[in-house]
Design a binder for this molecule. Structure first.
Ligand code: PLP
Length: 394
């Protein structure tokens, strides 16, 4: 066998998104790209904001000597200081450069965190539906995941989380705004989660961390903003990236920020920096660190995303699809009209609509639409959704 048994079994069951991507390629070759409506990937279709191009040109015109060399494994001090300043302003906490570690995207950041905090057999609690990579990331570092359900409106079920904490629990992941539901957790929920964690940590005599995975934090609608986790949860580690808010997923730039209030935060950050090194990331991409330092208050056009959400939300609900109206990220997560979400997704394919079944996120009976696509494609897809609804007798 050329690969490890564990990887072989993970490979077979791992990715609905990848399967749908392959199906999309097949359909496009038959019907033409304009006649296939691909809502599978969370890959921003728009370009980074103009300020990014400007910063890139400035750097190219006036290169900084040594700018392509190795650096501290934590990343450039000036970048970490720029991030810390914004986090401190938003959260009211004394976040400084030495609480921030630059990472290879949010995915790299999560792996660094798990490497740093998990002992073999430690448990990490996740709420369904969830970003499917969490299970792999935790497993990479010897941990196991405990899945708890969310409430019917996809808010956190705090009782279920509290009930799932054991003497082996090391962390709870929260993802807000959420992939795949688009739901944002309000400040009261975070404050209540903090109480649970504080109480259980004291009872069990062991640190339990809340890892807030928030690459969509700047993408929120209807005047709602994402409450700063560093303000509400003492034992919090914020993990994020500029993959979504600056539309830079291919550039692999993100960071971890440790709450300054964590006991022994210095040792924790030292461990994070060490793990960034020994996982082979060494440091986050140098050029990107220079650029994003100047872009902490920039983002892609959020109003354009809101317009796309509204277009699809109104059309689909008028057809009889049921869903929670999401206030962030760029996903809709409607209930599948067929009990079997995989059968529904296959039915949608007959109308050249590509969707991901909820099963791919640990939540049967739903499906995900990623609307980070061209508005023109959404408009072209509307009659196909109408035909799909009619074919199902909605
Ligand atoms: N977390 C969530 C919830 C995501 O949706 C994604 C990417 O889609 C990531 C983490 C990984 O982000 P990155 O591309 O910055 O590694």
């Amino acid at each position: 066998m050329p690969v490890a048994q564990q990887i072989k079994s993970q490979l077979t069951g791992s990715s609905w998104i990848r399967k749908m991507f392959e199906e999309g390629t097949r359909l496009k070759s038959i019907y033409g790209a304009d006649n296939v409506y691909d809502f599978t990937l969370g890959n921003p279709g728009d370009e980074p904001p103009a300020a990014f191009g400007q910063a890139l040109r400035e750097l190219a015109n006036e290169p900084i000597p040594g700018m392509h060399r190795y650096m501290s494994n934590a990343g450039y001090e000036e970048t970490r200081a720029a991030i810390a300043e914004v986090l401190a302003e938003d959260s009211g906490q004394p976040v400084r450069a030495n609480h921030v570690v630059m990472t290879v995207g949010a995915g790299g950041g999560l792996n660094v965190v798990f490497k740093a905090i998990l002992d073999p057999g430690d448990e990490v609690i996740i709420s369904a539906p969830y970003f499917v990579e969490y299970k792999f990331y935790v497993g990479n570092h010897g941990g196991t995941t405990t899945v708890v359900p969310s409430l019917p409106d996809f808010q956190l079920d705090l009782d279920a989380i509290a009930g799932a904490i054991t003497a082996k629990t090391r962390a709870i992941i929260v993802n807000t705004p959420n992939n795949p539901t688009g739901v944002i957790y309000p400040a009261e929920t975070l404050a209540a989660l903090n109480q649970i964690v504080e109480q259980k940590s004291a009872e069990l005599g062991r640190a339990i961390y809340v890892i807030s995975d928030e690459p969509y934090a700047k993408i929120s609608y209807d005047g709602v903003t994402v409450p700063p986790v560093l303000r509400y949860i003492k034992n919090s580690l914020l993990v994020t990236s500029h993959s979504k808010d600056l539309a830079l997923p291919g550039e692999r730039i993100g960071y971890i920020a440790a709450n300054p209030a964590i006991a022994d935060v210095g040792m924790l950050v030292e461990a994070l920096v060490f793990c960034n090194r020994i996982l082979g990331f060494v440091n986050a991409p140098a050029l990107m660190q220079r650029l994003i330092a100047k872009l902490q208050r920039e983002s892609v056009d959020i109003a354009a995303y809101q317009e796309k959400r509204d277009l699809l939300y109104h059309h689909l609900t008028s057809l009889g699809f049921e869903m929670v109206k999401p206030q962030g990220a760029f996903y809709l997560f409607p209930r599948s009209p067929l009990e079997d979400d995989i059968a529904f997704v296959q039915e949608a394919q007959k109308h050249n609509i590509l969707l991901v079944p909820g099963s791919g996120f640990g939540q049967k009976g739903y499906f995900r639409i990623a609307y980070c696509v061209e508005k023109a494609m959404i408009e072209r897809s509307l009659p196909a959704f109408t035909a799909l609804a009619q074919s199902l007798g909605l």
